[in-house]
Design a protein around this ligand. Structure first.
Ligand code: UDP
Length: 240
């Protein structure tokens, strides 16, 4: 079942259900993509038909953030829970490790994917990392060729929004993978180059505050969170 949060149609799933859906996608022929928008990205999609379309064309739309879940509650159509992209990615890696599957890592600054791969292999023995490439390329064709030559089951696309959604939608037919996931800065998290908030902050839905303290340059961008919530409240009051 889909739940509309300010134009973006989210799948109303728990983490376990999201993983089941991912397994279903993996069992099908052809490539489908998963997106993990947070409230900043939903706010951007409210002002960009293109981004909104790219998100809604995904096979699975997961709410990566407490803001989106709160928004859905204010709108009286509550989503079951937050399904953070990086946690979903980790669960997917666990599944691939168990089933002899493989992943290709695309994105982040040079060197980050290598570091992320080391950490992933340490946590998920049995996982195959089919290849990796950084996210700062000019020409997409050689990147696509490299990915196709690796024959991976899953492709993590970590280029930030909307670049990663555009990449997945545009090249879906050409890419020789089964599932792609747009995961923003997740490779930085896996690599440890950008630390995640402590567990207690995640529990209290304060991950955004931790990020703000660590990366104050994100302040302008993060103002989209209160703007998003304000728009949600206005929609609720307006009964729209
Ligand atoms: N990135 C990239 N290529 C680009 C622009 C960004 O690979 O041309 C990477 C960047 O290094 C970072 C990620 O994309 O690892 C975006 O991270 P951010 O936290 O901004 O993602 P979001 O908040 O959109 O999930």
């Amino acid at each position: 079942m889909k739940i509309d949060v300010m134009g973006v149609r989210f799948d109303n799933v728990t983490m376990d259900e999201a993983l089941e859906k991912a397994k279903e996608i993996l069992s099908r022929d052809g490539a489908d993509y998963v997106v993990t928008p947070n409230s900043e990205i939903v706010y951007e999609a409210m002002h960009s038909e293109e981004l909104c379309g790219l998100l809604n064309h995904a096979a699975l739309v997961l709410p990566d953030g407490a803001g989106v879940v709160l928004g859905s509650k204010i709108l009286k159509t509550p989503l079951k829970e937050k399904v953070a992209g990086v946690d979903f990615a980790d669960r997917l890696l666990g599944h691939l490790a168990q089933t002899g599957g493989s992943v290709y890592l695309l994105g982040s600054k040079p060197g980050v994917a290598e570091l992320a791969a080391e950490k992933m292999l340490a946590k998920h023995p049995g996982l195959t990392i089919a290849g990796m490439a950084d996210g700062y390329f000019k020409d997409e064709d050689p990147v696509i060729e490299k990915i196709n030559a690796a024959h991976a089951d899953v492709l993590f696309v970590c280029l930030g929004a909307p670049k990663q959604e555009r990449f997945m939608q545009e090249h879906k037919e050409k890419l020789n993978v089964r599932l792609m996931a747009g995961l923003g800065g997740s490779l930085d998290s896996f690599a440890g180059t950008v630390k995640r908030a402590p567990k207690w902050m995640i529990r209290l839905s304060l991950e955004w505050l931790y990020r703000l303290i660590k990366e104050p340059k994100r302040f302008g961008r993060m103002l989209r969170l209160p703007k998003f919530l304000w728009a949600v409240v206005c929609k609720r009051i307006g009964g729209g």
